[in-house]
Design a protein around this ligand. Structure first.
Ligand SMILES: Nc1ncnc2c1ncn2[C@@H]1O[C@H](COP(=O)(O)OP(=O)(O)OP(=O)(O)O)[C@@H](O)[C@H]1O
Ligand SMILES: [Mg+2]
Length: 388
């Protein structure tokens, strides 16, 4: 997956999470307002219950009064001659008034009870809403945690896959560069020398019967060409993999390499080994150290214009420390090419860094103009699951 793909997934993940977060907020608001409603309804219900009780009492009292007034009216009607007109009218009026009061009271009773029932129903449903909303908030919370954890993992997964892909591309590029370099070396060295050998052999063939001395001279020069060709082939093989590293170990391989380097380039190199180098048993590690020395010394020859270089290899308690220093003209570290942007740039330094980091080590380079350049490497003695 490319960077754009990862960015899109990240955006989708983020917007999904924010939508869920918003929904959680909205459900929380609903639950809060339902809780407020429950509180208010409970208060209203309390008031309505008290009100209903008092109205029911009032109605009962009025009913008794009405019965009493009706009895009195019946009594007056039966014995109308015993009562004055005034008394009869008063009894009628009183009975009417009480009945009216009772009717009004019953209306109020009916109204209050229906309001009480209504509030009771609303309270029940508000309590249900609070319960549901609380459950939902909890569920959404769980989903949110699950998703954010899980999507985070997805994100990490893609990032890991992406960095693995970049490393794989770099390894392939490094292999291709190395193959191109070897092809060029074989083409310029041994392949040319061989065609020279064929030419010289043909001359010998033609001269053999005519001029013996010339033939012998030509055969001698042919021997020189073959010898130098052999040297070239050995160097190419050595560059591919210094076999002595497996047979003789790192220390002797380095010493032999430095000897021929100093002779070839007239740069004197001092090698100091501290601690017990036979502790380095993993050939991936020895080879990585050798390659760093090789590339760094190549750079010193190609770019530093130095007269002296020092190499210190320290086999410490937990790790191997390598430091290579030159007294050359130095360079601006910031000008180093980024291999992911510029595939044609120098690959030496970035290649060394990649290799060391793949072996779970650390690579650092520092340089000061007119003072020199220092390369520092820290490596473990062993790596988990060797890659190179
Ligand atoms: N010891 C040094 N002294 C001065 N400049 C250096 C030194 N080492 C590296 N450099 C500078 O850093 C640049 C990058 O080095 P690097 O080894 O990555 O690439 P390169 O040597 O140019 O090419 P390659 O190693 O792929 O053949 C060099 O071109 C050079 O300018
Ligand atoms: Mg280089």
């Amino acid at each position: 997956m490319d960077n754009i793909g990862i960015k899109r997934i990240n955006d989708i993940v983020k917007s999904t999470l924010s939508v869920i977060e918003e929904s959680k907020g909205a459900i929380f608001d609903i639950s809060e307002s339902a809780r407020r409603e429950v509180f208010n309804l409970k208060k209203e219900l309390q008031y309505l219950k008290a009100e209903a009780t008092s109205i029911i009492n009032e109605c009962q009292k009025l009913e008794l009064k009405v019965i009493k007034s009706r009895k009195r009216l019946a009594e007056i009607n039966r014995n109308f001659d015993k009562y004055s007109e005034e008394e009869m009218k008063q009894a009628y009026d009183e009975a009417n008034e009480l009945m009216l009061e009772l009717a009004v009271c019953r209306e109020r009773e009916k109204y209050t009870i229906s309001r009480r029932n209504d509030v009771e129903r609303r309270l029940k449903s508000a309590i249900e809403t609070v319960g549901k909303a609380e459950k939902l908030v909890a569920q959404v919370g769980t989903v949110l945690n699950y998703l954010s954890g899980d999507l985070q993992k997805l994100d990490e997964h893609f990032e890991n896959a992406e960095s693995k892909r970049l490393i794989a591309i770099r390894i392939i590029k490094a292999q291709e560069n190395e193959r191109r370099r070897i092809a060029r070396e074989i083409h310029d060295g041994p392949a040319q020398a061989m065609s020279n050998v064929v030419l010289k052999a043909e001359i010998c063939e033609k001269m053999a019967g005519i001029d013996m001395q010339k033939t012998i001279d030509e055969l001698r020069s042919l021997k020189d060409v073959v010898r130098s060709c052999l040297k070239d082939v050995r160097r190419v093989i050595y560059d591919l993999r210094p076999m002595s590293i497996d047979d003789l170990g790192l220390k002797i391989t380095l010493q032999k390499y430095l000897e021929s380097y100093s002779n070839e380039h007239s740069i004197s190199v001092d090698l100091k080994i501290k601690g017990n180098d036979s502790r380095i048993k993993d050939s991936n590690i020895s080879l990585a150290i050798f390659r760093v020395v090789q590339e760094t010394l190549n750079n010193i020859y190609k770019h530093a214009n130095a007269t002296f270089a020092s190499i210190q290899l320290e086999c410490a308690e937990k790790s191997i420390l390598l430091r290579i220093k030159d007294d050359g003209e130095g360079f601006d570290i910031n000008s180093l090419h980024d291999i992911s942007r510029d595939a044609d740039g120098g690959f030496g330094i970035i290649g060394m860094k990649e290799r060391i980091e793949l072996l779970e080590g650390e690579f650092r380079i520092s340089s000061e103009m007119n003072v020199g350049t220092t390369v520092m490497v820290k490596l473990p003695y062993e790596i988990q699951g060797g890659i190179i």
